[in-house]
Design a protein around this ligand. Structure first.
Ligand code: NAP
Length: 274
């Protein structure tokens, strides 16, 4: 039986890159999306092709759901359970940019509430629900948290990855809510990593830099110029595939003694330089 990953917001952009990369390793997938069903179907098709290219048969099912909604989050996990009966990896990827990108002195409470609901409350409570199920899985497999799992069904422990951003520690005065939500996701990762370690469930934060996607298409010229001027030691745009590879490294159990860890996928943006 293939291992199963749920990736929120994987119809486009970084989420799609993650889904395709995981499919290439032979994982079955749930592709969550907010509204763009055509894009979600295309991601699913590309995942199946990526699996086949690696000599593996994978399933990729799409599931509509707004992660800011408690009902939709519950329905999403119900869908994973009904479709596959297991969950080995949750990737909290779905997110929106600051609505209207207003200066912090002009930003509205309504837009703040919406962004926090999608970018922070959604991942926080989806992780809570997924964690409860993952604990059940570990316990029902009779696994010994100190040693090898007792059941060959669970070849590795479930994992949780959250996609934050360099905005977690970099100020943008026209995206205050976005920066604050991303900073909070860092603490969310630490809290869940601590709480879930006793079950052998490890939790990670991936911190992407400037990544080419629909989210950054409206500021492409600005970032083209900044990159040309030396914004990052690795002088290029990041891609969804770059983030996908980092997720594959975690999902492939290459970091067994690490949890609560931050993986920067940013071309070295985070390095302070003189
Ligand atoms: P994107 O191109 O705008 O894609 C956003 C994805 O999230 C789409 O699949 C969209 O679904 C889905 N989505 C939006 N709102 C949702 C909701 N309420 N419920 C469920 N799904 C929802 O964004 P991206 O650039 O790939 O960004 C993905 C993540 O990486 C975000 O958390 C973002 O903050 C983070 N990030 C991005 C960058 C960057 O440079 N691009 C850098 C650092 C971090 P539909 O297709 O149905 O709309």
């Amino acid at each position: 039986m293939n291992r199963v990953a749920l990736i929120t917001g994987s119809s486009r952009g970084i989420g799609r890159g993650i889904a395709i990369a995981l499919a290439g390793t032979g994982m079955d997938l749930v592709i969550n999306f907010a509204s763009n069903v055509e894009a979600a179907r295309e991601t699913a098709d590309r995942c199946i092709a990526a699996g086949a290219a690696g000599g593996k048969t994978v399933r990729a099912e799409i599931c509509l759901g707004d992660i800011s909604s408690a009902d939709d989050r519950a329905a999403l996990l119900d869908f994973v359970r009904a479709t596959y009966g297991r969950l080995d990896l949750l990737v909290n990827n779905a997110g929106i940019t600051s609505i209207g990108r207003a200066d912090v002195l002009d930003a509205t409470e309504e837009n703040f509430d919406r962004l926090m609901a999608v970018n922070l409350k959604g991942p926080y409570f989806l992780t809570q629900q997924a964690s409860r199920w993952m604990i059940e899985q570990v316990q029902s497999a009779g696994a010994d948290t100190e040693g090898a799992p007792a059941s060959p069904e669970i070849v590795s422990r479930p994992k949780i990855i959250t996609i934050s951003s360099v905005s977690a520690y970099t100020v943008s005065v026209n995206r205050g809510d976005y920066c604050m939500a991303k900073a909070a996701l860092g603490m969310m990762t630490k809290v869940y990593a601590t709480r879930l370690a006793e079950y052998g469930i490890h939790v990670y934060e991936i911190c992407p830099g400037v990544i080419a996607s629909d989210m950054t298409s409206s500021v492409k010229e600005k970032y083209d110029q900044l990159i040309a001027e030396g914004l990052t030691p690795i002088a290029r745009w990041g891609t969804p595939e770059d983030v996908g590879r980092a997720v594959v490294a975690i999902a492939g159990d290459l970091l067994p003694f690490s949890t609560g860890e931050v993986i920067n996928v940013d071309g070295g943006f985070h390095l302070r330089r003189l």
